[in-house]
Design a binder for this molecule. Sequence first.
Ligand code: SF4
Length: 337
Amino acid sequence: MPTQLTPHNNDSAVPWHELAARVLSGGAPTRSECLSILQSNDSELLDLLAAAYRVRRAAHGNRVHLNLLINAKSGQCGEDCGYCSQSKVSEADVPRYDLVRPERILDGAETAAGRRAGTYCIVLSGLRPSRGELDALAQVVAQIKARFSLRICVSPGLLSESQAVELKQCGVDRVNHNLNTSRGFYPNICTTHAYQDRLDTLGAVRRAGLEICSGGIVGMGEKDEDVVELALELGRLAPEAVPVNFFLPIPGTPLQGAGRLDPRYCLKVLSLFRLANPKCELRIAAGREVHLGSLQPLGLFPADSIFVGDYLTTKGQPPDEDFRMIRELGFEPAIDG
Ligand code: SF4
């Protein structure tokens, strides 16, 4: 039975630990409990983080999964995702290039291995991959697999089931395709394709036997209810990895969002995604440095994964600072990817 939570009352003890215990024994938070997490008082934050950490520790111990990303094809996209600097409606000054040469992708793999990243993420702009791009990916992924012990995640846009099977057969381990927000809020951020298209791709990826990486972006003007809806949708899909991006408005893009997010709110968001997705690799993705600010290390109590290096078109902090943060927390990079 779900526990009745009363998170708005400062005087009442909020049983976040009871929620953690229920999640650890196979239960799930209710919709209203999820909302309570986002709207909880700051005075409860350490208790909430402790509950999320119990769940994180059961699945991942104190390991931190490291990921390195290459923007393998940039700009020139015909879609109108309002948050994206590479969309057709963006006037942002970002590089525009076709799929880079295989040597560049291999160099990135070498950097990933050198930084002890378990997963190398190859990201292509655009709605869906071309025949030539899929062939090029197949060749380069085979070369990477022959040289490095890396999990390969590709982010190629919408996929059919036969395309997902092709990726599986060439050695891809995981496909990233973010839901980004709730179904209800989706038309506010994109009109050229539908939320259902994204769900269909995730279904194709799963049927092909690939791991799923799917998450969202918080801070685009959505309501708490939309964040909850996304967390619950992902809980149903059970992706192996869930990246949570905190929205960074990029000059020249239409969506300017809510400005800088409260870092304590970001920690509540991460706790929500952990409690709704207890076993996933929960990644603090873009916006980590800007929005969490000095509270960044606390994010690794609910989350167990970060990028080391830059994001798609924005800078990350130097990898040495990431390693120092992990070391000072008493955590360790995951050696199993
Ligand atoms: S489909 Fe991808 S690359 Fe294109 S605008 Fe949307 S997020 Fe950006």
